[in-house]
Design a protein around this ligand. Structure first.
Ligand code: ZN
Length: 659
């Protein structure tokens, strides 16, 4: 475990700026996925503040809920009255609702984030800095039959090792009881079996250093036993595997109650794990740390080649688990598995949106490594399903998943956009991501992605005139997102103006190829995926030249007219599958790659206008751009047009030849 403390960076912080130091070393913990993953772990520092009456108040700056250690800032550590927290720790019992109310009551700023559910435990530890992680190596050791013994030998009596107890007030009480009369100056940390590790000190650096030292000791032990070797294998997917994934996605969406995303992990280590004889039993045993249950559920699924029966098996098992442990106050969550092994191939992850999919993918990757190490050390030993249920259905954990924002319109939807590097395609890609969809973006040119949409886009260089390149791109799309719901067939070219009498063969043929045949090839390849899509829809980018052609553009206009006919026939053929096919006819969109300044000047001159006049020469006198087209396209793909197919919509500011 690498110690990331950088003396130079840390020296920039004032000695008195304890919250600044807290932010700095919290981020160091957050930077290492072997220590904490996605909102796991928490940290605090004790200090004083002057309240509105001018009185000095002892406070605990504790990680607020909703913050991630990797990116936390000073405002993520709300000041909470320390005496109030310590007094709460004296209570014989405190239910969750009351505890959360009390934590909020203890805030100095009532508008601050709710303190971590471990705030009372942090308050009990007398040291100023407290660091808590779910370090893989430590938890892995605690998840083995001899784990407790090994940890005792590894850490001696400087570290308190406590059996598992539900996080929250009960855990705080357990620590209070276990440390009553203890000499805290001799204690350097606490290991909670099956959960994680705490370290503490009056100095931020020492508390962090201790965490790294103790976790390194656990890692070294695992290495010394030769337990780090992991199974490896290689895998590649067949056409029927891809069909399986898109069917699985469809069926999983039924389990979940809306569109979901799927991602395969076909890495050597995932494929190796999937070849283990007992992999199926291992993934159903339980998670690395109970905190993972809120994202990944208490156990995983087994996938092979029959999505319906495999999901039924998981759902029945989940139903049984719920009925066994639920009280009258519980409502069953959706029964969709969040990950599972895919026999002989690797892992499959499932989630309602791309962010959660990334979290599940990370959790499953860490889990299969921990499982194999624990197996090498005597056996993967997890918590009972009862204990896992308590955490998965703990209202305070579930609250972490709830967002105050309603889900985006296109959450869980997968869209494919061709010609996405610039102009209308790029605008459509960005608008779809903004609505919550993930996008498979194709172009022959490199696609430049802004950091805010990077995670939601699978960009691929692909020439849509080539069927084999399309197949390859779709195969990647299915492995990365599970299928396809929406298609924006946009890629096109605008050949140089030429009268028919002078039209070169290659110009004609290229336009027919790019502006017509390539759309057929892309649509043809996408149809089997769209048939398994959620409210599937296609938008073809046509042209004003279809209803109102101009001289000198035969190659372009004829190909687009052919494309228009293709779209109409597609609407006829695909309606029975619920796939909508509509066309937009943009005109005068000059911020696209088709239009250069020279071409604009030439066309304007052709009509005896200046470029500025030409740009707004329409009934509304409006200048149009790519985002205007994208807005119409996204609406056509969405619920507003769920009953419309075979339509052609102009986006041209009004053209008297079309009207
Ligand atoms: Zn924890």
């Amino acid at each position: 475990m690498r110690n990331r403390w950088n003396q130079q960076e840390a020296a920039r912080l004032d000695d008195s700026d304890t919250v600044g130091q807290r932010v700095y070393s919290s981020r160091l913990l957050g930077a290492d996925s072997d220590l904490v993953l996605h909102g796991g772990g928490n940290t605090s520092v004790k200090g004083t503040l002057t309240d509105v009456f001018g009185e000095t108040v002892e406070v605990l700056f504790i990680k607020g809920s909703g913050w991630d250690l990797r990116t936390i800032e000073a405002s993520g550590f709300p000041a909470t009255r320390l005496p109030h927290l310590r007094q709460l720790a004296q209570l014989p019992c405190l239910n969750d609702t009351e505890m959360m109310r009390q934590l909020r009551l203890a805030l100095l700023d009532p508008g601050g984030p709710t303190p971590s559910v471990e705030a009372i435990l942090h308050a009990l530890i007398p040291h100023r800095f407290v660091d808590h992680s779910h370090a893989d190596a430590v938890v892995t050791l605690s998840n083995t039959p001899e784990g407790e013994q090994i940890l005792h030998e590894l850490y001696g009596d400087e570290i308190l090792i406590l059996p598992y107890l539900m996080p929250g007030f009960l855990l705080a009480r357990q620590v209070a009881a276990a440390t009553e009369g203890a000499d805290w100056s001799r204690l350097r940390g606490i290991v909670l079996m099956h959960h994680g590790i705490f370290t503490f000190h009056d100095q931020a650096k020492t508390s962090y250093d201790t965490m790294i030292e103790l976790v390194t000791r656990a890692e070294d032990f695992i290495k010394s036993k030769g337990a780090t070797s992991l199974a490896r294998s290689s895998t590649s997917l067949s056409q029927s595997d891809l069909r399986y994934l898109s069917l699985l996605r469809k069926q999983a969406g039924v389990c979940y109650g809306g569109p979901v995303l799927i991602r395969c992990n076909l890495s050597e280590s995932a494929a190796g794990f999937a070849t283990l004889d007992n992999a199926e039993a291992l993934v159903q045993r339980g998670p690395l740390t109970p905190d993972h249950t809120i994202h990944a559920k208490a156990f995983a699924a087994v996938f092979d080649d029959d999505p319906v029966s495999e999901l039924e098996t998981f759902t029945a098992e989940y139903e049984h688990y719920f009925r066994q442990h639920a009280g009258p106050e519980h409502q069953r969550l959706d029964a969709m598995p969040r990950w599972g092994i895919w026999r002989r191939r690797g892992l499959i992850c499932l989630a309602p949106n791309n962010k959660r999919l990334g979290i599940v993918a990370d959790i499953s990757r860490h889990t299969i490594k921990a499982i194999q190490q624990a197996e090498n050390l005597g056996g993967w030993t997890t918590l009972s399903r009862k204990s896992l249920f308590e955490v998965e259905y703990w209202e305070l954990e579930q609250a972490k998943l709830k967002s105050s924002n309603p889900p985006e319109t296109m959450q869980g939807k997968v869209a494919l956009v061709s010609g996405a590097a610039s102009g209308i395609g790029k605008a459509c890609m960005e608008a779809l991501v903004q609505q919550g969809a993930v996008v498979v973006a194709l172009d022959t040119s490199e696609i430049d992605l802004s950091p805010n949409i990077n995670d939601s886009v699978l960009a691929q260089q692909c020439d849509v005139t080539c069927s084999s390149q399309i197949d390859k791109a779709l195969s990647q799309a299915v492995q990365h997102f599970g299928g396809l719901d929406l298609l924006v067939s946009n890629a096109g070219c605008f050949p140089p103006s030429a009268l028919i009498a002078e039209l070169p063969d290659d110009s004609w043929e290229q336009s027919v190829e790019v502006n017509m045949s390539a759309h057929m090839r892309l649509l043809r390849a996408c149809i089997p995926l769209l048939q398994n899509g959620f409210d599937p829809a296609v938008v073809i980018i046509g042209s004003k030249n279809v209803p109102a052609p101009g001289p000198g553009a035969a190659a372009y206009s004829v190909a687009k007219a052919g494309l228009n006919q293709l779209a109409r026939i597609a609407a006829l053929e695909l309606g029975g599958y619920g796939i909508r096919v509509n066309t937009v006819h943009p005109d005068a969109i000059y911020d696209t790659a088709l239009w250069t300044q020279e071409l604009l000047a030439e066309r304007a001159a052709h009509y005896g206008m200046s470029p500025a006049e030409y740009r707004s020469a329409n009934l509304l006198g409006a200048e149009l751009n790519s985002s205007d087209v994208a807005s119409v396209v996204v609406n056509l793909l969405g619920p507003a047009f769920s009953k419309t197919t075979g339509a052609q919509i102009a986006i041209d500011g009004g053209n008297e030849r079309v009207v």
